[in-house]
Design a protein around this ligand. Structure first.
Ligand SMILES: Cc1cc2nc3c(=O)[nH]c(=O)nc-3n(C[C@H](O)[C@H](O)[C@H](O)COP(=O)(O)OP(=O)(O)OC[C@H]3O[C@@H](n4cnc5c(N)ncnc54)[C@H](O)[C@@H]3O)c2cc1C
Length: 371
């Protein structure tokens, strides 16, 4: 085997697909079912507004792949370029938005700024108290339930092996690379990709690569279905430290929402991220600011998911600093759904050729050892 990939979320399945497309022999090993970790819990936002700017080349690459996903994977993963409307409610938010729009320009990202009259004319019923907004017309959303299984199935068609319900228990170095011991036998490979999500730091620690990471659960909710009225994904520019909020209306009519509350603590031993009913009223207050017409709507479900938040808010991506043949892509800090397809492609470039055009220095795992 050329490559073993540990962890079958969006990062692992996308990397497996792109590695197989390059003709490498690859096995993906997932403890549960592919895509059933943080990926399935995602809100599904495919946004570039507000991103750490050095991540923009990767985000552009990811956005391009999202646009091709249906053709490339042979099934509709419900990517829709609905546009991303991000409302502003106070002067601090306005400053943050304007600074981002100006700074993002040289990185090739150009959301438009719109004023209150235009918000009301173009997006009636959204943010009646907003004093401004940004609108990124090419961003949008995708279906978090569909994308990882679609990558895994397409990878399988290209010859990759997908092993589900199989935990990786131990990894040893061998002369030829890695021996990966699982609950159901051993796999050998020259190279190993760690896409174990919130558990990625545990795997990295086996190779003397410390990463300060905390597992947290952002909370999501969904309303009963309503007539379809809201086209874009809607968010909020909040000053740092203030609570934000976001929503989108799925094609069936339900409003999916998130933000507006602290993320809950998650114990990595069981990885169970529980939605907390006490946080819901805070979320609903944010939701009503975005769309007051939702005041009498029933919330039918809440959920959360276990995601790894690295201390500096950036993911870990790139080759290991201690072990040749080992690569990492984990700790996406709540922003990974948009990036996932790009991460998969970049990691496959790196593993197959030893190089990539994307600037990965800010995400190098060695930054923590240096610190
Ligand atoms: C509630 C929520 C909402 C979000 N909303 C958005 C959003 O709107 N937009 C956005 O861009 N991002 C969002 N994110 C972030 C995004 O979903 C994640 O960054 C992304 O899905 C991470 O993918 P992953 O493959 O790294 O992790 P995961 O999907 O968690 O996959 C990692 C996998 O590794 C497996 N694994 C771990 N250890 C082992 C082992 N020892 N053996 C075998 N398998 C193992 C796990 O079972 C898991 O399936 C959200 C996250 C959450 C939790």
């Amino acid at each position: 085997m050329d490559v073993v990939v540990v962890g079958g979320g969006l990062m692992g399945t996308a990397a497996t697909f792109f590695l197989a497309r390059r003709g490498l022999r690859v096995t993906l090993i997932e403890r549960g079912r592919v895509g059933a970790g943080a990926t399935v819990a995602s809100f599904g936002n495919i946004r570039r507004s507000g991103r750490f700017l050095p991540q923009m080349p990767l985000a552009h690459r990811a956005r391009e792949i999202w646009g091709e996903a249906e053709r490339m994977l042979g099934r509709d993963v419900e990517f829709r370029a609905t546009g991303h409307l991000r409302l502003v409610f106070d002067e601090d938010g306005l400053t943050a938005m304007r600074r981002f729009i100006a700074d993002a320009h040289p990185w090739g990202f150009h959301p438009e700024e719109i004023g209150p009259n235009e918000i009301h004319a173009r997006f009636p019923g959204l943010g009646p108290d907003a004093i401004g907004a940004s609108f990124a017309r090419e961003d949008g959303c995708g279906n978090p339930r569909l994308i990882a299984p679609a990558f895994a199935a397409a990878a399988q068609k290209l010859g990759a092996t997908i092993v589900e319900e199989c935990e990786v228990l131990d990894i040893a170095l061998t002369e030829a690379g890695f021996a990966v011991r699982t609950a159901r036998g051993e796999h050998h490979a020259e190279r190993l990709l760690n896409t174990a999500g919130a558990w990625g730091a545990r795997l990295a620690a086996r190779f003397d690569e410390p990463v300060p990471i905390e597992a947290r659960g952002p909370q999501m909710g969904v309303t009963e279905p309503l007539p379809h009225r809201i086209h874009p994904v809607v968010g909020m520019w909040a000053a740092p430290g203030r609570r934000d909020g976001y929503l989108r209306q799925v094609e069936r009519g339900n409003i999916v929402f998130g933000g507006g509350a602290e993320r809950s603590f998650v114990d990595l031993d069981d990885g169970y991220a529980k939605a907390d009913p006490a946080r819901l009223p805070h979320q609903l207050r944010s939701l009503l600011r975005l769309c007051p017409a939702l005041a009498d709507v029933a919330v039918i479900r809440t959920w959360s998911g276990c995601e790894g938040y690295v201390a500096d808010g950036l993911p870990v991506m790139g080759p290991s600093a201690t072990t040749p043949g080992l690569f990492h892509a984990f700790g996406f800090c709540g922003h990974g759904f948009q990036l996932g397809p790009g991460v998969g492609q970049v990691m496959s470039d790196l593993i197959a050729t030893g190089r990539t055009d994307e600037p990965l220095e800010p995400f190098a795992i060695g930054r923590f050892a240096r610190a």
